[in-house]
Structure formats: C-alpha cells, structure tokens
Write a protein that binds this ligand. Structure first.
Ligand SMILES: Cc1cc2nc3c(=O)[nH]c(=O)nc-3n(C[C@H](O)[C@H](O)[C@H](O)COP(=O)(O)OP(=O)(O)OC[C@H]3O[C@@H](n4cnc5c(N)ncnc54)[C@H](O)[C@@H]3O)c2cc1C
Length: 339
C-alpha cells in the first residue's frame, strides 16, 4: 500500500476545503470497509484521505414527517435496527441486514454504501493482490482501454443486464437496490452547492467508459438519503439469493413493495440486484402486475418480464431464471405481509 496522509473533518465545509486543497489524490473516507480494502489490493491509490465520520449530525436517522431521512454517516447496522424502518419498511431493513457481516455493518455507512465498487474478480485483481493466478488481468473499469477479461473469462458472477462490450461487472450493493425500488433520492453537497438527485441518476451504465461509475462531481459529498413515505412500505421485502446464506454478495436479489386492494395488486415496485451493472428497476414487470390477483403464474410471469433483455455469457446464464424466480418469490413474500 502506498503512503497517504489523513485528515479528520468536523464540518462539511472543512471536508470540502480539505478536499480542494489536497488536489487530485484526495478521497473521502467513512467506515473504510471498501476503500481500505481496495487500497490494500492496489486498486485505489489515494494520497490524502479526508475522514467524514467526524462531521457532526451527519449520522442522524429521521423518521418523522413525510420522508425518511438517513444521514450519510448513519451506520448500516443502526438503520437496519431502527424501529420505524423495521416495522414500516422491511425492504430497507432487510437489504441492510442481509449485506456483509454484523461487524462490517457496525462500521459501514449508508452513504458510502451507495459508492462501493464492483466485486468483479478481474477488477479486484490489482497489482497488490493475487486473486486470480497472481497476475494483472485487463479491466476497463480499473485501467481504461485495457480490455475486459471477464468477457469470455470466468463470468459466473457477472451481470446479464445493462452490460456493454467493455464491461459486465455487477453493481454489488443491496441497499441501493431497495432504495431504487422505493424511489429514494440522494442529497449532495459540493463546491457548486447542494443538489438532490433521484438515486437512479447516481449511477452510470458502463457503456464505453466503465471507469466512470457515478455522476458525482469532483469533491461532492453525499450528505443524506431520503425515501418518500408510502403505505407500500409495509408490504415489502428484500429477497437475496447467494452462494452462502450467512454472508455473501447477491447472485440475484429483488426488492419488492406492493400496494394492494384485497388480493389485487394496484401498484408494484420492483428492483433487481446481483444481475445488473447498476441497481436495476423493472418497469415492465411492475406494469404486468397492475390490477392483477397474485398467483404463482402471475408472479413468475412478472419475474420473467423483470429480466427481459438479459444477455448472458458462458457461465452466468443461470442468473436469468434465478432472477425471475427471485422476483416471483419476493412478490409472494411481500403480498403475505400484513399492513
Ligand atoms: C467482506 C465484505 C463483504 C461485504 N458484503 C456486502 C454485501 O453482501 N452487500 C453489500 O451491499 N455490501 C457488502 N459489502 C460492502 C459494504 O457494505 C461497504 O464496504 C460499505 O457499505 C461501505 O461503507 P463505508 O462507510 O465503509 O465506506 P468507505 O470504504 O469509507 O467508502 C466507500 C467509498 O465511498 C466514498 N465516500 C465515503 N463517504 C462518502 C461521502 N459521505 N460522500 C462521498 N463519498 C464518500 C469513499 O471515498 C469510497 O470511495 C461488503 C464488504 C466487505 C468488506
């Protein structure tokens, strides 16, 4: 790991100033569970770290009023255990509690979770690591223009939606998928002032530039995440399928929230994880469910609509049917929840 300096900031202004003064090699750091990891692998090489966890008030969890508001520095474990979130928005609580381990969730923050980088084996095969055969494989995300070793390589975990000829790396987070289903927004503050964007606008499809993953401007800080309150929250779930139930990234996951009249769905919200290059909303599946009674057949048809357009490689074709069934199971779980 290369040498770096470290500053703790007590206010957002201090952090913005420290970032500006530190120049191109600056990075913010929160829980460090992603960034230190990537520094040890030699993939991230910041010269100056600006710790944002000392900023007062940025860890607040606010559940009164029309909107849930989570300060960027709120710990994943604290949001997952919040009484209102647990009762009224199981999709959010489950997305957090099924991510990583308890120790990691105690450190990791909900704001930085949005910005974690892919777990693609080839991306993580940096110069400091011996993850695949000890060598440095081409990766357009890590080293633009070098190629993509995953295409035609070991691709079992790769994405089947939103891919390009330059990159098939999966967006790894669970929390962003649940937030995508719930129409969350992200509050940002940067040198040009504050702005709020729908979470969908935080992420970029890989296209020809998979190295540019987020739409943040240079030096911009995530300050909070907001989720509009909806009665659909109580009939919601985050269903995650993984190789190891206790602790692993998703092979496929579905965030689902339902509005129902009797046993008829009036509105469905569906987002997919583990199968796409960004947190993936599934409007065709949502439309297919409007004004339908939920049966196994209807649920599976919606699952297939959610994954329509999937493009599989050599080893990840199983994700297409897995995702459809994950959506179908999530719909059944959500529909059975009492409001
Ligand atoms: C072994 C392991 C297993 C995991 N399993 C899962 C899993 O199953 N599901 C899942 O979703 N996640 C999983 N994770 C990822 C984990 O959830 C993230 O590492 C964590 O959420 C990142 O939060 P952090 O505060 O530690 O971020 P940091 O590592 O501190 O920062 C991450 C990124 O965000 C930037 N950043 C931090 N704060 C801000 C801010 N306020 N504004 C702008 N930029 C900022 C940093 O510069 C960095 O680029 C796992 C991680 C590990 C190590």
């Amino acid at each position: 790991m290369q040498r770096f300096s470290y500053t703790g900031s007590r206010t957002i202004d201090e952090a913005l100033t420290a970032f500006r003064e530190a120049g191109l090699g600056a990075r913010y750091i929160a829980g460090g569970t992603t960034l230190y990891d990537l520094m040890k692998l030699g993939i991230e090489r910041p010269e100056h770290l600006i710790d944002v966890t000392c900023i007062g008030g940025l860890d607040r969890i606010e559940t009164a009023g029309d909107t849930l508001r989570f300060g960027a520095n709120a710990r994943m474990a604290d949001v997952a255990a919040d009484r209102v979130v647990l009762r009224d928005y199981p999709v959010l609580a489950e997305a957090l509690s099924k991510a990583a381990s308890q120790q990691l969730r105690n450190m990791a923050t909900v704001g930085a979770n949005l910005l974690q980088r892919t777990r693609c084996l080839y991306f993580r095969n940096g110069s400091g690591a011996a993850t695949i055969g000890g060598g440095l494989y081409p990766c357009n995300k890590r080293s633009p223009g070098s190629g993509c070793a995953a295409i035609g390589g070991v691709d079992r975990a790769q994405a089947v939606l939103g891919t390009s000829d330059a990159c098939t790396a999966v967006s790894p987070g669970d929390w962003p998928v649940a937030l995508r289903a719930m129409d969350a927004s992200v509050e940002l503050l940067g040198p040009a002032g504050p702005r709020t964007i729908p979470i969908a606008q935080l992420y970029r499809l890989p296209g020809d530039t998979p190295d540019i993953e987020f739409t943040l401007s240079r030096g911009e800080i995530v300050t909070a995440i907001t989720v509009p309150k909806t009665a659909a929250g109580r009939r919601s779930t985050y269903h995650k399928i993984r190789d190891r139930e206790s602790y692993a990234f998703a092979l496929a996951s579905a965030a689902v929230a339902l509005e129902m009249t009797g046993d008829t769905i009036t509105r469905a919200r569906i987002a997919l994880g583990g199968v796409a290059t960004i947190p993936w909303r599934a409007p065709a599946a949502e439309a297919a469910l409007a004004n339908k009674r939920l049966t196994q057949e209807v649920a599976l048809a919606a699952g297939h609509a959610a994954i329509a357009g999937a493009r599989a490689g050599r080893q990840n074709g199983f994700k297409v049917e897995l995702a459809a069934r994950t959506v179908a199971d999530a719909l059944v779980i959500a529909a059975q929840r009492t409001v």
